[in-house]
Design a protein around this ligand. Structure first.
Ligand SMILES: Nc1ncnc2c1ncn2[C@@H]1O[C@H](COP(=O)(O)OP(=O)(O)OP(=O)(O)O)[C@@H](O)[C@H]1O
Length: 587
């Protein structure tokens, strides 16, 4: 994606505020009150101090107060102003924080929804650990740009504006002398912004790489340990961590140097004002009250200016994070539209089907195949022949690069992908379970299923006995990726999940993992029950499955090279017979 200028990104970020306009108006109003109270201080302090010190009367809101009487009124006024300012600041902080949190929750949910709609190819390009940093590191940075920064913009910005206007009204000439240096501050701010953006981008990328590396090593830790790879894993981690620290050091240096630079420029302005003011007072002593007010306003400017300049550097980092978030959000998502697919009643027809991966590798090179409804078709072929790719195309994960797939005669491209998936159940070779309870795992395909239905599915999958024996039954946690269950138990839960979906078409990658004889028998029985009465496409690894299939399709280098029954193909002595001989299909 072409890089966009930061203001564009910020405007887009602020677009997320739209649903919460009322909160924004409340926050800005409270900021206005706080800014007015602060300027009030400056406005009053000069004449009041002048009156107290010299005893001359002062006119306040139409009342003429004698100088001495002010000694009683002054503390009350100061307390009243402070109370207004504190209340307004409290309300403003609360409202703006709430606003920011809501916006961030929306952005996070939007980002997640976009990720969930992406096909597997998207995740091949980016490491999942790196994508996770978008949530864990980038979102909080953006959060700052919207929550605290927005509060700071409104609060400090209004305060600065109000104090500047106060200064101008107190004495226009003094104002010009003091703030003549202001335009000069633009120069360091601009070059600072450019450098900081560059460094922030690099440090976020480096943090992403660090997270990706950590996630991968931890996920595969038993293998890393078994191969004695822990020292190398630590080395790689430390190297990446060093790179990240280097970027952070640069970023912190830039941020650290920025505020003092702006401060020094401000002090130069104040010094000019004092010099000019001192000369003016020596000519006209009545100006002293005005000068005091003016200096009070300038001093009150210090805090909001400092806060705003700190905010600016954080915002720049937040914008870099926002650009990274938007890059994910803007990645095109395949549309989920088209006619609703009904249950398969006639046939699944593949005509000249081709499929090419993003790297240009053509995995299917013109597959012709008809799977009649209710038939069991076994796919066999050497490793890399294209069996899994065929499943990916049927599931809509990989768009065909040529040819068509017909669902009862309707091209798959005209059907809504999610409705086609809802008619299928896919049981991968390695069962995929999530941390959570047995129930949580089963309900994935049909969230509304009752406990009775769950037990029925478990019975059909030959998993009823072992789930019944678990202390928590359906509520028993299965651990991360089902780590607390045996391989055979995991497989049977995956089968029960497929039962619950009541699929019309079953895509099965037959499990061949080294199960002991007893659990293999249980998994086999569950599989047989699942296949009964359904249209089944099974990547077969066992002879019993192949033998029972209505049709055996032999794939080789992305093409169907043979098709027929076990008896026909065995007798032919072609590729199928060769595969049997090589043990690609085991007894
Ligand atoms: N994501 C991918 N990107 C690029 N090429 C891929 C990808 N997945 C698979 N391939 C390639 O496509 C070809 C077919 O792979 P596929 O996984 O469909 O084979 P398979 O028959 O299922 O093999 P196995 O029995 O070993 O699982 C192989 O050459 C493989 O290297």
């Amino acid at each position: 994606m072409a890089p966009r200028p930061a203001p564009h990104v910020y405007r887009r970020l602020l677009g997320y505020l739209r649903p919460y306009r009322r909160l924004l108006v409340c926050g800005v109003s409270a900021s206005l009150a706080a800014a007015a109270a602060t300027s009030g201080y400056a406005w009053l302090v000069g004449p009041l101090l002048h009156a107290v010190l010299t005893g001359t009367p002062v006119v306040l809101g139409g009342f003429t107060l004698p100088g001495r009487q002010l000694l009683g009124v002054l503390p009350l006024l100061v307390v009243a102003m402070a109370a207004v300012k504190a209340t307004a600041a409290f309300l403003q902080g609360g409202w703006m924080q709430r606003l920011g949190q809501r916006v961030m929750a929306d952005l996070r949910a939007f980002l997640y929804a976009r990720l969930l709609a992406q096909p597997p190819a998207f995740f091949e390009k980016q490491h999942s650990g790196e994508l996770l940093t978008r949530f864990t590191a980038d979102v909080p940075l953006v959060e700052f740009s919207v929550t605290q920064a927005l509060s700071s913009y409104v609060r400090d910005g209004l305060q600065i504006l109000a104090l500047l206007v106060t200064c101008l009204l107190i004495d226009a000439k003094l104002f010009l002398v003091t703030f003549v240096v202001m335009p000069l501050t633009v120069l360091p701010v601009r070059s600072f912004a450019r450098s900081l953006k560059k460094v922030a981008n690099r440090s976020q990328t480096s943090l992403g790489a660090l997270t990706a590396l950590t996630a991968e090593q931890l996920q595969a830790l038993p293998v890393v340990q078994a191969y004695g790879g822990t020292p190398r894993a630590l080395e790689a981690f430390e190297a990446e961590s060093e790179r990240y620290l280097g970027q952070m050091r640069r970023s912190l240096f830039l941020r650290g140097a920025y505020s003092p630079t702006v401060e020094v420029m401000g002090i130069v302005g104040v010094a000019l004002a004092v010099a000019w003011g001192a000369r003016a007072i020596s000519a006209d002593p009545s100006l002293s009250g005005r000068l005091l007010s003016f200096l009070a306003a300038v001093l009150l400017l210090y805090q909001p200016v400092k806060s705003l300049s700190g905010t600016l550097s954080q915002v720049l980092i937040g914008l870099v994070a926002a650009e990274r978030l938007f890059a994910v959000v803007d990645a095109p998502v395949p549309p989920d539209e088209g006619a609703e697919a009904g249950p398969l009643t006639r046939a699944l027809t593949l005509e000249g089907l081709r499929a090419t991966y993003a790297d240009g590798r053509e995995a299917l090179r013109g597959v012709d195949l008809t799977v009649p409804a209710g038939a069991r078709v076994a796919l066999v072929g050497a490793s890399g022949a294209g069996k899994t790719t065929l499943f990916s195309v049927l599931l809509g994960f990989l768009p065909p690069s040529g040819g068509t797939v017909g669902w009862d005669g309707t091209p798959l491209s005209q059907l809504k992908p999610s409705s086609v998936r809802a008619r299928m159940a896919w049981v991968p070779q390695e069962p995929v379970l999530f941390s959570g309870s047995v129930r949580h795992n089963l309900l994935l395909g049909r969230p509304e299923a009752t406990d009775t239905e769950l037990w029925e599915a478990l019975r059909l999958a030959h998993a009823e006995d072992f789930v019944g024996a678990l202390p928590g039954g359906l509520d028993e946690p299965v651990g991360e990726r089902g780590a607390r269950l045996s391989g055979g138990q995991r497989q049977r839960l995956a089968l029960a999940r497929a039962f619950l979906c009541r699929p019309s078409v079953l895509l099965l990658d037959e499990p061949t993992s080294a199960l002991d004889a007893q659990s293999e028998a249980a998994v086999g029985a569950g599989l047989a029950a699942l296949m009964k009465g359904r249209t089944v496409l099974v990547i077969a690894h066992r002879l019993s499955t192949v033998r029972d299939a209505d049709l055996i399709v032999v794939l080789d280098a992305g093409r169907v090279v043979e098709a027929g029954t076990h008896a026909e193909l065995s007798a032919r002595g072609g590729r199928y017979a060769q595969l049997l001989g090589e043990g690609a299909v085991a007894a």
